[in-house]
Write a protein that binds this ligand. Structure first.
Ligand code: NAP
Length: 329
């Protein structure tokens, strides 16, 4: 019988294992136009934490007791759609489960770019697109710019580092711990800030970028955002991608340097990756090319088996991943 993770209770603060429960899914016959997909890889992403709260957002909240959703790649094992015959590899949003039944129109056939299919949950998928368009379209980063990116050892951040280097920028990445910082540097970052190293981020960033930064790619919020404001050059652009620092406790952020926006004419813009889906072709061309040629390194942290989904998810908030956090079913 297919199984899925559901939300047993809405987490208060950092989620606990008891907030999750495995449920059996009804195994039913396919209707016309539907496919059955054996999920092979499942994604856990920080935005899912927001869906665990009962609040209105750009994605609806998960319902207690119902199978959760998220990115997944797998193979069609039964089909009543001519568009997706048995054996087709697809990406879809019925993750957190081992098997998915869905209309074929809600599954995307994976383009054949000659890379492992789990890459479509990372660099060739939502996080990669976020990095690519956040940096190049939202922040309008260009060759010669100095870019600061937080959570630089994560899925989005490590891609930002590498895209920025491929496009001729100077990059400062921040991550938690010496090992992660060394890895970020191995990706090409010119300087790294270990935000767990005991030095305030603003001091470490000022030392790393004595002439200031042109672009900040924010994955964290809080102290990182404040440090970026303190070091912003005139006409700096901030792409506000995420604020993982406040996802669990929603604590207010103290921004001592906020007023620097004014004198330095800083532009700060939030964005959602789906705004750029209509430009997927451009993304696949560049990112697929860089990945195939080896110019872009791909790193994954893999948890084994559906049972490990909560562990993988919780690990996002304690720095348990280097590169993309994934579960192999
Ligand atoms: N706007 C959009 O459309 C969009 C799309 C995708 C992702 N996002 C956002 O992008 C960010 C990164 O997502 P991702 O999928 O690439 O996750 P990720 O970076 O692979 O994983 C999260 C990382 O965040 C770091 N972290 C956790 N808590 C932190 C804290 N309090 N302070 C500083 N760092 C912390 C951890 O690394 P360390 O070990 O370095 O602490 C952890 O590995 C998230 O904020 C996410 O919500 C936005």
């Amino acid at each position: 019988m297919p199984r899925a993770w559901s939300l047993a209770s809405r987490p208060q603060g950092m989620p606990k294992h008891t907030d999750f429960a495995m449920v059996d899914l009804e195994s039913r016959d396919l209707a016309d136009g539907e496919v059955r997909v054996a999920n092979l890889w499942l994604s856990v992403d920080p935005y899912m934490r927001g869906r665990m709260n009962d609040v209105k957002s750009y994605v609806p909240p998960f319902q207690i007791g119902e199978a959760m959703q998220g990115g997944a790649v797998g193979e069609v094992v039964e089909s009543r759609s001519a568009d997706l015959p048995v054996g087709t590899q697809v990406l879809h949003m019925l993750g957190w489960r081992d098997e998915a039944v869905l209309p074929a129109v809600q599954a995307q056939k994976l383009p054949d770019l000659g890379v492992d299919i789990q890459a479509y949950l990372g660099q060739l998928g939502m996080p990669g697109m976020t990095a690519y368009f956040g940096l190049l379209a939202v922040a309008e980063a260009k060759a010669g710019d100095t870019v600061f990116v937080s959570a630089a050892a994560g899925a989005v951040g490590s891609t930002v580092v590498q895209v920025a280097k491929a496009k001729g920028m100077t990059v400062i990445g921040s991550a938690g711990g010496a090992d992660k910082c060394a890895w970020v540097q191995s990706l090409g970052a010119d300087k790294v800030v270990d935000y767990k190293g005991g030095t305030p981020v603003v001091k470490a960033l000022t030392e790393s970028a004595p002439d200031g930064i042109d672009v900040y790619f924010d994955n964290v919020g809080g102290e990182h955002l404040d440090a970026a404001l303190a070091t912003a050059r005139p006409n700096a652009r901030f792409a506000i991608c995420g604020m993982i620092d406040i996802y669990n406790d929603g604590k207010p952020t103290e921004l001592r340097y906020l007023a620097r926006l004014i004198g330095n004419r800083v532009r700060m813009q939030g964005f959602i990756v789906s705004d750029y889906m209509n430009r997927a072709e451009e993304f696949y061309r560049d990112m697929g090319g860089w990945l195939k040629s080896g110019q872009l390194q791909r790193q994954e942290t893999v948890h084994e088996g559906l049972d490990a989904m909560p562990d993988a998810f919780l690990g996002l908030f304690t720095g348990g991943n280097t590169g993309k956090m994934l579960v192999r079913v």
